[in-house]
Write a protein that binds this ligand. Structure first.
Ligand SMILES: [Mg+2]
Ligand SMILES: [Zn+2]
Length: 271
C-alpha cells in the first residue's frame, strides 16, 4: 500500500459535466431549474427538482438511465484503475449526491476503487422519488466557513481525512478539482501534498491568484488524458521516493549493526 491518498472532486473532474445539470437538462426541466435558482441554495434546489421530476412522472429508472450516459473522458477510468492498482487510497469529495455518484461509478466499473464517498445524502423515499439532503445541516449546525456553500465545506472534510491519516502513519495527499468549492480544501493541503486544479476553471484561477496561501505543489491539467499522465507520474515519483527512503533506512540499520560488530572486534577506527 502506497502512502498516498488521492481525493477527487466528481463533477467536471471525474465526469466531464456537472451531474446535477446533466440530469435536469436531459430530463427536460432546465426552465424550471433556472427560474428557481435565485430563490434557494443549490442543494435545496436539486431536492426540489427531484420532487418536480417525480410529479411529472419521471422515475428513478429514468434518472439512472440518464446518469449512465453521462459524458466522461475515455482516459479517466483507466487513470483511476491504475492509481488504485498502484496502491493509492482513493476518495471522492463532492457537492453532488451519493445516488448520482454511486450509480455512475458502479456503471463505469470503478465503484470498488474508492474507500470513501463524501457527499450529500441522496436516497429513494417510500414514494419512489429521490430525496437529496445537505451534507451539513446548515439550519442547526452551520460549518462556519465563508468560502464554501452552506451545505458543505470540503476543507473540513480534507481536515478530517488528514486527522485520520495521521493515525495510519505518514501519508501524502493529492487533491484534484475544478470548482470554487475546491479552493478551500486546496488551502488545507500541507507541504509535500499536491493539488491538481483543472486549467482555466474556477479553482485554478483562485489558486493562481492566491499562490502564497497554497502550501501544496500545484500541477494543472486540461483533460482526462493529461489528468492520467500527470497523476500517474506524480504517484510513481512519490512511490520511488518512498522506496529510496526505505532502502536508505535499511542500509543505515545494516551499517550500524556492522559497526556494533566491529566494536566487539576491538579494532578502533582511526580519525
Ligand atoms: Mg467539480
Ligand atoms: Zn470551506
Amino acid at each position: 500500500m502506497a502512502g498516498i491518498v488521492v481525493v477527487f472532486d466528481f463533477d467536471k473532474t471525474i465526469i466531464d459535466v456537472d451531474s446535477d445539470n446533466w440530469v435536469v437538462d436531459q430530463l427536460g426541466d432546465t426552465e424550471l431549474f433556472n427560474q428557481l435558482m435565485p430563490t434557494m441554495p443549490w442543494n435545496s434546489l436539486m431536492d426540489t427538482m427531484m420532487k418536480e421530476l417525480h410529479a411529472r412522472g419521471k422515475t428513478i429508472g429514468d434518472i439512472e438511465e440518464v446518469l449512465k450516459r453521462v459524458p466522461i473522458h475515455e482516459r479517466i477510468v483507466p487513470a483511476i484503475k491504475s492509481a488504485h492498482a498502484l496502491g493509492c487510497d482513493l476518495r471522492v469529495v463532492s457537492d453532488a449526491n451519493v445516488f448520482f455518484i454511486e450509480t455512475i461509478l458502479r456503471h463505469l466499473g470503478i465503484g470498488d476503487c474508492f474507500t470513501e464517498i463524501n457527499t450529500n445524502p441522496g436516497c429513494v423515499n417510500e414514494e419512489g422519488r429521490l430525496q437529496i439532503l445537505p451534507y451539513v445541516d446548515f439550519q442547526t449546525a452551520p460549518h462556519g466557513c465563508n468560502l464554501c456553500p452552506p451545505n458543505m465545506c470540503k476543507g473540513l472534510i480534507v481536515e478530517r481525512i488528514q486527522a485520520s491519516l495521521a493515525k495510519e502513519g505518514k501519508k501524502r495527499m493529492v487533491y484534484l478539482g475544478d470548482g470554487i468549492g475546491d479552493f478551500c480544501p486546496s488551502l488545507k493541503l500541507r507541504k509535500g501534498d499536491l493539488v491538481m486544479p483543472r486549467k482555466d476553471f474556477p479553482a485554478w484561477n483562485l489558486i493562481n491568484k492566491n499562490r502564497t496561501l497554497v502550501k501544496a505543489a500545484v500541477h494543472e491539467w486540461t483533460d482526462g488524458e493529461e489528468l492520467e499522465h500527470i497523476l500517474l507520474q506524480l504517484i510513481n515519483i512519490i512511490i520511488a521516493e518512498e522506496s529510496q527512503l526505505v532502502s536508505v533506512e535499511c542500509k543505515f540499520q545494516t551499517m550500524s549493526r556492522a559497526a556494533n560488530g566491529a566494536l566487539s572486534g576491538a579494532l578502533p577506527v582511526p580519525y
